[in-house]
Ligand binder design. Structure first.
Ligand code: ZN
Ligand code: ZN
Length: 352
């Protein structure tokens, strides 16, 4: 039985002119609406100005939540915080801000956790901003695919112009090291993976001749998306903080998957475990006697089932119906040679 959910599709991690982005809030909101998004989570560096100016809320059919991207005194350990009404003290250490965000029941997301650079080939002026150590129990959500960050990792002095003109074709998979850490972490505690665009629409001048906004807002909103599976409709009549709490809870619970729209609309993807009447959704754990893993895909793709961090089964499919043993499972789907859909984990425990 295919679980029945309301599906909401959005983009996470955006910068406006209030930090180092090039777009105003009205321009960014218009681009998100034109790209067909249901929600947008904005995160300028170290400021909640967009929130103070009243941009959190519904804009026709788009819900916008304005949070911010925190960094420490060395501009490391970037942490997205959504749902705070005021910024935290700027001298907080990472441990302090992670704990403060959790204590205020806001949503915290570790941004570009293992960002790296090739020292010899990378473009100067953009040092990596990794986390290094992610083993804080309060980190409940991480970016498993950050479009901008991965683009910078893969961009070199030689390919920078080609990459600037074809931004969405550069990062074709989430970084492997990141997926490895994520799978390992989920053997113990639950850590949700979300996708993010980290869009800035930076303006660069190519060959000194013309100025181009690379990673334009609308183009990026058609790349890495996060899909939420909601039990009920998000109502415009409810107050903004209730809508935000619903969205943040779905993310924290892991009732979500990541897609790259560049390779197709992933709306309709479902992945769950079933044992008679008992169902386990993404993000859930529970005992099952005879578990069956199930999935439906919007289109046929190359499926890879990951069990306890290892590749378990692979092959082309548009549906999955597979009896399994206990383990921590997730599903990734490729379109051709490109990463398309990444589910969150389902933890199936043996019954006693
Ligand atoms: Zn950042
Ligand atoms: Zn950012």
């Amino acid at each position: 039985m295919r679980p029945d959910f309301r599906e909401y599709i959005g983009c996470i991690h955006g910068h406006s002119i209030y930090s180092d982005g090039s777009g105003t809030y009205p321009e960014i909101i218009k681009a998100a609406q034109e790209a067909g998004l249901d929600f947008l989570l904005m995160s300028d560096h170290m400021t909640l100005r967009g929130r103070d100016e009243g941009y959190t809320g519904w804009h026709d059919n788009l819900f916008v939540s304005v949070g911010y991207e925190i960094n420490d005194r060395d501009d490391l350990h970037h942490y997205l915080a959504f749902g705070l009404e005021e910024t935290l003290p700027e001298n907080y250490t990472p441990e302090q801000y992670i704990k403060a965000v959790k204590a205020k029941n806001a949503l915290g997301v570790a941004a570009h956790p293992f960002e790296q650079r090739d020292k010899k080939k990378s473009v100067p002026g953009f040092p990596p901003i990794p986390w290094g150590n992610l083993d804080y129990p309060e980190i409940e959500t991480i970016e498993i695919w950050n479009m901008m960050s991965h683009w910078l990792e893969l961009t070199t002095i030689r390919n920078k112009y080609w990459n600037a003109v074809h931004p969405r074709s550069v990062s074709t998979f989430p970084p492997r090291q990141l997926l490895k850490w994520w799978d390992k972490a989920n053997l113990g505690r639950k850590v949700t993976g979300i996708g993010s665009v980290d869009v800035h629409a930076m303006k660069i001048t190519i060959f000194g001749l013309f100025t181009k906004a690379i990673f334009d807002y609308k183009i990026m909103f058609k790349s890495i998306r996060t899909h939420l599976l909601c039990d009920a409709e998000l109502l415009k009549t409810t107050d903004n903080s209730t809508t935000e709490s619903t969205i943040f809870k779905l993310i924290r619970d892991g009732r979500t998957f990541v897609s790259n729209y560049r390779w197709g609309d992933a709306r309709g993807f479902r992945f769950w475990a079933e044992d008679g009447d008992r169902l386990l959704q993404m993000g859930e754990s529970g005992e099952m006697h005879r578990p069956v893993l199930k999935a439906v895909l919007p289109k046929k793709g190359h499926c890879r089932i990951i069990r306890n961090g290892e590749l378990f089964r692979k092959g082309p499919a548009s549906e999955i119906d597979l009896q399994v043993t206990p383990g921590v499972y997730r599903l990734e789907v490729l379109k051709g040679k490109h990463g398309w859909i990444y589910s969150n984990h389902i933890k199936i425990l043996g019954d006693k």
